[in-house]
Design a binder for this molecule. Sequence first.
Ligand code: PLZ
Length: 443
Amino acid sequence: MIEQKRVLRTEIPGPRSGELHQRKLGAVSAGVSTGLPIYVERAGGGILVDADGNQLIDFGSGIAVTTVGNAAPRVVERVRAQVADFTHTCFMVTPYEEYLQVCEALNELTPGQQEKRSALFNSGAEAVENAVKIARSATGRQAVVAFDHAYHGRTNLTMALTAKNMPYKHRFGPFANEIYRVPMAYPFRWPTGPERCAEEAFAEFVNLVHAQVGESNTAAVLLEPIQGEGGFIVPAPGFVKLVADWCAEHGIVFIADEIQSGFCRTGDWFASEFEDVVPDLITTAKGIAGGLPLAGVTGRAELMDAVHAGGLGGTYGGNPVACAAALGAIETMRAENLPARAKQIEALFLPRLRRLAEQYPQIGEIRGRGAMLAIELVAGEQDKTPNAALAAKVNAACHQRGLVTLTAGTFGNVFRFLPPLSIGDELVAEGLDVLEEAFAAAV
Ligand code: PLZ
């Protein structure tokens, strides 16, 4: 286990990372950028060790992926054994038990007691694409409704579902059709204020789908129960349930994209539980497999089984090594009660973020749940103009001091916290000290 301590041996990034970064510029497409070019050599608990021997505190977990920690012992053990046994057969050719075990775990852990089935894929975007395929096939309808500030991936269909142009869609069109966008119940920016947000956003949603799409043409409504890349927007209380219930009334498949919010991140196994909603389909990825690429679609058996035989698949979907990793990750989540750990992390963060917000009127809102928390930065007390410049400055100041942080948001003005749930209390406290210093330096 790496010593759980922040250590700065050089400036960040250091000379060795700097050399590697020069090689990156010569070898890797300029289209693939990096937020903090320190080159990682080892990682675990809440620490990343870079090529210069610096130890950075991780408040990003590779965008909500290493929920159980990097190189988590149960993941490592199972992956080692699986790699030695066999690495690939293709589940569509000759199957193996690990795939079944992951599907059984997904069917059991996702919300709802209804009979469920799952299918496995390689990435979040692929899971979303397949959820749409399943919803269309099961309903015989085509339209898909997505929300403002949504993020669902970078493939052609998921670019169409993603709301934000830069950097995800710019110059990459034309996009898939039959995608319709509706307002998100975003309390902080709702024109008439947060109190009426759920009710008014729901009314607008219903009107738009009815008037512009037609209920009977609508295959699916796709929603992140806490929006991720869009800025950790927590829908106004009750909104998600209103939408899900309305979908049920009209035979529309309600898909919860829990790729970022799922697997213990928000203090529940899945964020939909908090909303008292049982999605028809749920997409998962990221935290599911401790860092190996794996994704799933899970849902009601009659929807999942409506697809013709051979209609779903892919060469690597549910690769045995990724499945072994998922079994190790899920075992860790159960053994260490990681939903409870996410709540403890929330309790460590919130008082400190509130104190910071008292000091800095540029912190317009603190939001999120569990270990999926954010602050939205604005111009000032009475002015909610998004303050992306400050977010970038605070981010850079954190990086310089050895704290890995991420920004988010349609306007680039949200500072988000996604620590691995394996991080210790002391590192959380130290990371928050660094954040305070970074604010003092940046404002
Ligand atoms: N749905 C809710 O958060 C991935 C994207 C990072 P993939 N979010 C991180 C980037 O800039 O590419 C995400 C998500 C939600 C779908 C996805 C897509 O998952 O595994 O990146 O394809």
